[in-house]
Design a protein around this ligand. Structure first.
Ligand code: ADP
Ligand code: MG
Length: 349
């Protein structure tokens, strides 16, 4: 594990560093020079950059993101997921069926900490819309439809156990899309590219003028306008989840957008933020959410036992930072990164 002094301005300006951001608030991209396209999709800001892409590549990438959104958005009225949310059973595209099968598998393996059937709860809370704390009765009513095994898939026909169950793939589809965009780049012969979809970053090859991949800045969950450190990576997807991303405050209590499927309440697991790095973008994204719900101890046990290949950074609410084995040499914590006034973040060894 390595620590570095706070080189923040240097890192941001001179190295090709992307500040992981999510939500629609502050999207920051600190790419030095590459041509890029920025657009809004999947309810967040998207930024793609590559010094090898042409205008038509940029357009194709935008189209690909829009096409995936048209399948999996819970809000777009023309999406397959929207139709499924209004049906008991329906035939879906092969892609939709495949992703729903994979979502079930991740849900099973994480014991429902990633739950694709939480839509009734996420809609009830509507964290970025209503800013309203539902009553216990309302939560119990919504909760009745949120078992994580709330649907089956057979020959591309999805059947829900309850017609009322609402699927929500918001915790997984941005990472999946980042991986798909990188795959499209590869097909086109592009060897260096980066996409950031609301805090889900895909990186391909080496950053411009570099030979050792990319350095991705990791936002400090306690001071979200600053970086906690950065991670070196290549040909992978990095996904973040945090209580600081989308939330509202009422009577001094913060209500955030990551829910515990066991309670229907915002997850309180002792973690302030998680980062997951995996080649498989769906896994990276879904697990960043699942580990957040699990909390540190369960997340580390899951890391040791799980069949999924991933690495993680866990920010505990008490300011400790835990890094999994595969990131020991790849994650740098800035010495000056704070947890609270005059209290530094501490790397656990
Ligand atoms: P973001 O979408 O802000 O990048 P996440 O990847 O952690 O962050 O996904 C959070 C979103 O996923 C929420 O806004 C909600 O729609 C949905 N969600 C919340 N809790 C869960 C959960 N336990 N399992 C699956 N999806 C969830
Ligand atoms: Mg996620």
């Amino acid at each position: 594990m390595q620590e570095r002094g706070c080189l923040l301005p240097f890192i941001v300006i001179l190295l090709v560093t992307v500040i992981l951001s999510s939500g629609c608030e502050r999207f920051q991209k600190e790419q030095a020079s590459s041509p890029s396209v920025d657009f809004f999709a999947m309810n967040t800001f998207v930024s793609f950059s590559s010094d090898q892409a042409t205008g038509s590549d940029f357009r194709e990438i935008q189209t690909l993101v829009a096409d995936i959104e048209k399948i999996f958005s819970a809000n777009l009225k023309e999406s397959e997921l929207y139709a499924l949310n209004h049906s008991k059973s329906m035939s879906v595209s092969t892609e939709c069926a495949h992703i729903l099968e994979r979502a079930t598998k991740i849900a099973e393996q994480t014991d429902g900490c990633f739950n694709p059937c939480l839509g009734n709860i996420t809609t009830l809370w509507d964290v970025t819309g209503n800013k309203y704390v539902p009553s216990d009765k309302e939560i119990a009513a919504a909760f009745a439809y949120t078992a994580f095994d709330g649907y089956t898939v057979s020959d591309s026909v999805v059947t829900k156990k309850n017609k009322e169950t609402l699927l929500d793939l918001g915790a997984a589809i941005k990472g999946y899309t980042a991986e798909r965009v990188m795959a499209l780049c590869k097909e086109k012969g592009i060897t260096s590219a980066m996409i950031n979809i609301g805090g889900n970053v895909g990186v391909l090859g080496n950053a411009p003028k570099k030979t050792d991949g990319w350095q991705i800045g990791i936002r400090n969950p306690f001071y979200p306008d600053t970086l906690a450190g950065y991670v070196n990576c290549k040909d992978t997807v990095i996904s973040v989840s945090g209580a600081y991303e989308r939330y509202f405050e009422k009577d001094g209590i913060r209500y955030h957008h990551i829910f515990d499927g066991a309670t229907g309440m915002p997850a309180e697991s002792g973690l302030a933020g998680t980062v997951v790095i995996a080649k498989d973008g769906l896994v990276a994204d879904a697990l960043s959410t699942a580990l957040f719900v699990m909390g540190k101890e369960k997340a580390l046990a899951f890391y040791n036992d799980s069949e999924f290949e991933f690495e993680a950074i866990l920010f505990s609410s008490d300011g400790n930072v835990t890094v999994t084995d595969g990131l020991q040499e790849k994650f740098m914590l800035f010495q000056g990164a704070k947890f609270a006034d005059n209290q530094p973040l501490v790397l656990e060894t």
